[in-house]
Design a protein. Structure first.
Length: 224
């Protein structure tokens, strides 16, 4: 996918809410749109432009949050996103890259830049402002992140990548959910994902040998 919504916190005030997108490195998003839709398919508005936060594993990460002018509404308890609304990502050619909704809602846009498209329900976020919904597979699926991972996306490592863990060196394909990993020792091709790992701190700029990582979940191999 040329761009997707990688993480969203739609619950709470606008100073807690955010939407994060990931696009191929070097993509100019100046004419991209994040369009919000009501549950009846009515176009509400186009949100302010997400700002660049870093490049990770060949993808530029851009975030719309309260630091972006025009998004923070001063702490209104309902925020910008609504429990029954949806969000569409549109590129500079007018192509709808993705349309999502949440809390079981499915929305077919009746007007605006995403007219005619039907959203994908991504599930339900925990009812607290620190959680989020995140995708590790290009927007195909989402899961609840108990503590949001804003400004950072998971990195794909190839099978055979060695990670130093508490109990010694482990190949990436043998990591288990929750394993406490230390440092990545090697990174191997081909680019298939046997495990999904995440830079622990947001200022780490992605998947490089020597970066601190934490194993999150196991996935079958997928081409990237």
């Amino acid at each position: 996918m040329p761009g997707y919504i990688s993480e969203i916190d739609y619950y709470g005030r606008s100073d807690a809410e955010f939407a994060e997108i990931a696009v191929p490195e070097g993509t100019d998003i100046s004419n991209y749109q994040l369009a919000q839709y009501a549950d009846d398919g009515t176009y509400l508005w186009t949100l302010p432009k997400p700002t660049y936060r870093g490049t990770m594993d060949g993808q530029d990460v851009c975030v719309l949050d309260s630091s972006v002018a025009g998004f923070d509404d001063g702490g209104d308890t309902t925020g910008f996103f609504r429990p029954d609304s949806g969000l569409a990502l549109i590129d500079d050619s007018g192509t709808v890259l993705q349309s999502i909704s949440w809390n079981g809602n499915i929305i077919t846009a009746t007007d605006g830049p995403a007219s005619g498209t039907t959203s994908k329900n991504i599930g339900q976020q925990s009812y607290n402002e620190s959680s989020s919904m995140q995708s590790d597979d290009g927007g195909s699926t989402y899961y609840v992140q108990s503590s949001s991972n804003k400004n950072s996306i998971p990195a794909c490592f190839g099978p055979g990548t060695l990670v130093r863990c508490e109990n010694g060196v482990v190949a990436i394909e043998n990591l288990k959910p929750g394993d406490k990993a230390g440092r990545c020792i090697t990174r191997c091709n081909p680019w298939c994902c046997y495990g999904t790992i995440r830079p622990i701190s947001a200022n780490q700029t992605g998947a490089r040998s020597g970066y601190d990582v934490q194993a999150l979940d196991r996935k079958g191999p997928r081409a990237t």
